[in-house]
Design a binder for this molecule. Structure first.
Ligand SMILES: [Zn+2]
Length: 265
């Protein structure tokens, strides 16, 4: 049994492989809203009419707290002074209980929640991020917000390379394109598998059906497109659930191929 929780709303999904949950996912909703279709790259008017009936993009920000045997991990942290720590509390998890944070990349809606009132929001957490990603934001762009946030965790900051097994059963997959060090985490436990896919998609209503559509947030839209197709193809072929920070809540879906791209089921 694999359990997926959304802030108090409990959803149970059967898994054929095990009678007990080996991978338990708590979905943490930061915000929901509407976005401007001008953010899309490569979407025709016809596509917009078909996939965006109200002419707007549905947008949301999530983080995930995942329990695997022997370990609990917070994947991304939402916005600065945002709602993720509140959502954790609603699930009985205090900020000091969070011991491990894995970051998919260093955009503000993913690392921002590391900081609360100018201090480390998770005082006992070790923070892990791709070395390429850290170097890009800190050394190349000299982004002050990133420098400040990571600085609060200085002695507890760990850098990994693509293909590293960050922990037993948690592998860092190269998902670059959205940002240079954008990482997908492949979690495996007792025959179950879950991909934390970060920002391979921002607007599932259109990008799942037409994975060729990219967004202006992508540092390298062409590479982001290739990555999106690679990850979705893997998930569909292997029947693996994906959890995405901008997928419609609870943000965990299975995908299968259709004529234009993919659909959830
Ligand atoms: Zn994002």
């Amino acid at each position: 049994m694999q359990k997926i929780f959304l802030t108090g709303l409990f959803i149970f999904l059967m898994s054929a492989s095990s009678a007990f949950a080996s991978i338990e996912v708590i979905s943490l909703l930061e915000t929901q809203g509407k976005g401007d279709p001008a953010l899309l790259i490569g979407a025709t008017d016809k596509m917009k009419e078909k996939y965006l009936p109200d002419g707007k993009l549905n947008s949301q920000i999530l983080a995930f707290y995942v329990k695997i045997p022997g370990r609990e991990i917070l994947f991304d942290t939402g916005l600065p002074n945002g709602n993720i720590s509140k959502r954790l509390s609603e699930n009985g998890i205090k900020p000091e209980d969070v011991k491990i944070i894995l970051l998919t990349h260093l955009h503000p809606d993913h690392f921002g929640g590391l900081v609360a009132d100018g201090k480390a929001a998770y005082p006992n957490a070790e923070v892990y991020v791709s070395k390429i990603e850290r170097d890009y934001w800190v050394n190349e762009l000299k982004n002050e917000n990133v420098i400040k946030a990571l600085g609060l965790y200085e002695k507890k900051l760990h850098l990994f390379e693509f293909n590293d097994e960050v922990f037993d059963g948690v592998k860092a997959i190269d998902a670059s394109g959205h940002t240079p060090g954008h990482t997908v985490f492949d979690i495996k436990a007792d025959g179950e598998e879950l991909l934390i896919v970060g920002d391979i998609m921002h607007f599932v209503d259109i990008q799942l059906s037409v994975p060729d559509v990219s967004v202006k947030y992508d540092v390298d839209p062409d590479k982001a497109r290739e990555t999106r197709k690679k990850i979705l193809n893997y998930a569909a072929e292997n029947n693996v659930k994906i959890a995405g920070m901008h997928i419609t809540p609870p943000g965990v879906i299975k995908v299968k191929k259709n004529e234009t791209g993919y659909e959830k089921f």
